[in-house]
Design a protein around this ligand. Structure first.
Ligand code: TRP
Length: 397
């Protein structure tokens, strides 16, 4: 049914070369405007499914024809912070115009470390709301919840048959996790990399934007993809590669003097997109500093460097230059700098905060976005599962 619909759009392109020029809409990188498709669909006599579903499939079809597939996931273990925004989200928003993007919330994965989460649905919803608020567009990307696509689990099962215990046990993240939590060494934790490989391979994604810490998992996904192709003598899965969009990734440090901003680095270390101004002021004012430079143009210790780096991403260049000058001439007062940083962070996060509140209050919109993501992701995942079943040798009776 879906294929028929998509094909009908495809055939109809020809009689409308201007409106539907593929060069205009796809190859140059700008995505096909769903609205244009909408207008067209109203007139289409092939319309057999609901118009919206039809349009998004058509869009996805065009995108998959000309754009590489990008996929990334995030575990729903906390709100999004500035580190997530600059390290990942901001790039995802850019990518959705140039690639066929899948972004999902990895709720199955969260069970490997939190098997009895207090409010699983609430956590997933919060991330979904924040993704939407930050600018991920459910019409451009496929934005979905992992557990809405149980096809992933079938691929996970197949991949697990060809994943060796030894290689899974040697995985650094497994070793770290069992060290941190020796009373919960479960099989899900051991097979975390196969589930992650299934996430990627189910959409045959070739580019995976992830942080350095995830690269060993990506390497395993490549191993599993190649092994599958070799074992079943079928070049089916492409090799997924790590992908960092554009220029060098901006590293966002935390507020406690060392290391990056993160949810596991303790309360007060991260500034969340949803934080209220008062919470931001409190955290920033508590940020680690020292007693100040003693010589002009002295190099900055890590904690101070971090405050400057944060200012660099949220404040104006003039403000940054002002405090640089104060530092270099040994006149800096960290209290003033932190006050300024807090206000600039409040201003920077304000549009996110407002949008998060607005979207969160709009249940109909959140459900619609989730449903749309689920339908698009499932349609694509079902194709992969059908192919994989055939390749392995399952046959219908
Ligand atoms: N393991 C990733 C993390 O902890 C989350 C994740 C799950 C993921 N599946 C993925 C990331 C697939 C990229 C692709 O951050």
């Amino acid at each position: 049914m879906i294929n028929v619909c998509v094909l009908s759009v495809y055939c109809r392109i020809k009689p409308h070369p201007k409106k539907w020029s593929i060069e205009d809409n796809c190859i140059k990188g700008a995505s096909v405007q769903p609205k244009t498709i909408n207008t067209f669909c109203t007139k289409s006599c092939f319309l057999e499914v609901n118009k919206e579903v039809f349009c998004t499939f058509a869009l996805q079809f065009f995108q998959s024809l000309f754009m590489e597939t990008v996929l990334s996931g995030i575990r729903p273990t906390g709100n999004l912070h500035l580190g997530n925004y600059f390290g990942a989200l901001r790039n995802f928003i850019e990518m959705q115009n140039r690639h066929n993007c899948y972004f999902f919330i990895a709720d199955y994965h969260s069970l490997t470390t939190h098997p009895t989460p207090g409010d699983l649905h609430g956590n997933v919803r919060q991330i979904l709301v924040e993704y939407l608020a930050a600018g991920l567009d459910p019409e451009k990307s496929t934005l979905y919840v992992q557990s809405d696509v149980p096809e992933v689990l079938e691929l996970y099962l197949f991949l697990n048959m060809n994943a060796y215990i030894g290689e899974l046990e040697r995985c650094t993240s497994f070793k770290d996790k069992i060290r941190q939590n020796p009373q919960n060494v479960n099989a899900g934790l051991l097979t975390y990399p196969t589930l992650m490989a299934a996430d990627i391979l189910i959409h045959r994604a070739v580019k995976v934007p992830v942080g350095k810490d995830q690269e060993p998992h990506l390497e395993m996904a490549r191993t599993f993809a190649n092994r599958f192709n070799r074992m079943y003598k079928h070049e089916y899965f492409p090799e997924p590669q790590a992908y960092n969009f554009g220029k060098e990734l901006v590293k966002i440090p935390g507020l406690n003097g060392s290391g990056k901003m993160g949810k596991s680095e303790g309360e007060g270390n991260a500034i969340y997109l949803a934080d209220e101004p008062e919470a931001i002021r409190k955290k920033v004012m508590k940020a680690v500093t020292d007693s100040g430079p003693t010589e002009p143009n002295q190099s900055k210790p890590e904690a101070i460097q971090n405050i400057f780096q944060l200012m660099k991403v949220v404040s104006t260049p003039d403000t940054l230059a002002f405090f640089e000058e104060k530092y270099n001439s040994c006149q800096i007062r960290y209290g003033d700098m932190k006050k300024q940083l807090a206000e600039d962070m409040i201003a920077f996060t304000a549009p996110f905060r407002e949008k998060i509140k607005e979207i969160s209050a709009n249940n109909a919109y959140v459900s619609k976005a989730a449903k749309m993501g689920k339908e698009k992701a499932q349609a694509n995942a079902a194709t992969t599962i059908k192919d994989v079943r055939e390749i392995i040798g399952f046959k219908p009776f």
